[in-house]
Design a binder for this molecule. Sequence first.
Ligand SMILES: NC(=O)c1ccc[n+]([C@@H]2O[C@H](COP(=O)([O-])OP(=O)(O)OC[C@H]3O[C@@H](n4cnc5c(N)ncnc54)[C@H](O)[C@@H]3O)[C@@H](O)[C@H]2O)c1
Length: 336
Amino acid sequence: MNAATRALRLATRQRVCALVPQIQPLTRLSAARALHTSQSRQTKPRNPDPRDHPNTAHKPSIDENIGRKRFGDFNVAGKVFVVTGGAQGLGLTMAEALVEAGGKVYALDRAPEPDAQWSEAISRVLPEYGGSLHYRQQDVSDTAHLDELIASIASENGRLDGVVAAAGVQQVTPALDYGPDDVARMLEINYTGVFMTAQAAARQMFKYKTRGSICLIASMSGLVANKGLLSPVYNSSKAAVIQLARNLAMEWSPVWDDGSGGIRVNCISPGHILTPMVLKNFEEVPGLRETWEAENMMGRLAETTEFKGAVLFLLSGASSFMTGNNLVIDGGHTAW
Ligand SMILES: NC(=O)c1ccc[n+]([C@@H]2O[C@H](COP(=O)([O-])OP(=O)(O)OC[C@H]3O[C@@H](n4cnc5c(N)ncnc54)[C@H](O)[C@@H]3O)[C@@H](O)[C@H]2O)c1
């Protein structure tokens, strides 16, 4: 580069710098406020430059994570987790996976009592693995109580390391027949409930500086329409969850001077799984099972147990460099 070109580039850069307002890194005060931001704020908080607040929290030491302990980065012994929608189906299996790996897991669900599958799950908890499974009745749309419950779980244990937001509902209705109340009811659980679960958990992770991991259960239905099933609101609620994960990851990743933050947020987007939710769909829509089995490359639907590894990966140190992303596990359904 000759001297004239260099001078021109320098001048251009200086002009651009003068035009772009300087982005102030968030102070601790504004970081705290970011969790309670009101629309009346004069100066809106901005995400800081990640290089000023690098998320070193999850950076593993090579000495620790290779060769010293067999797959030690998957170890969650002594960690505390919350799983919503944990009374049955995918939520319960994911809760069991974290227990099997040594975690203390609180399954939250609106059902007064967990499903019959629960007692089987409890019987599979082996004391020698060190984990435990607990049930708390909680509707995720009762956001005030949800926040209190998650705070009380964190306080009881002095920490909260992870949350899986799996509570969700499905409604099969043609788009022309949807009323606003039905739309609002579904979004209240599938979107707002997921958001408020993540927020309540993040508050405790900030408070206890646990640098936790948050896993939102979205769906491949957030990426494609489902052949054979009329579920426009469910599918768009899942698309919203995928987008939410990116934004929460961006806001909560920085590690602050006091050691708080460093929270990772990701989604899992499963394909069709044989759970009570899907079995109900099969009752409502004859032939649907066959349609769906033909739609993925593996010619079958998933079992809930096929997501155990994914949730353990996301909630343990094994996924230390993953945030703001979406793990699609769908038997190839969206790949062709
Ligand atoms: N089954 C599938 O094929 C499939 C595919 C992709 C994503 N998912 C998602 O996985 C998650 C679990 O689904 P599933 O198939 O196990 O369904 P499921 O109906 O078997 O289980 C869902 C659980 O969520 C609970 N729940 C519903 N509303 C709640 C609320 N307001 N508060 C607290 N708990 C509530 C239910 O009581 C139930 O125990 C959902 O988010 C679902 O959208 C499922």
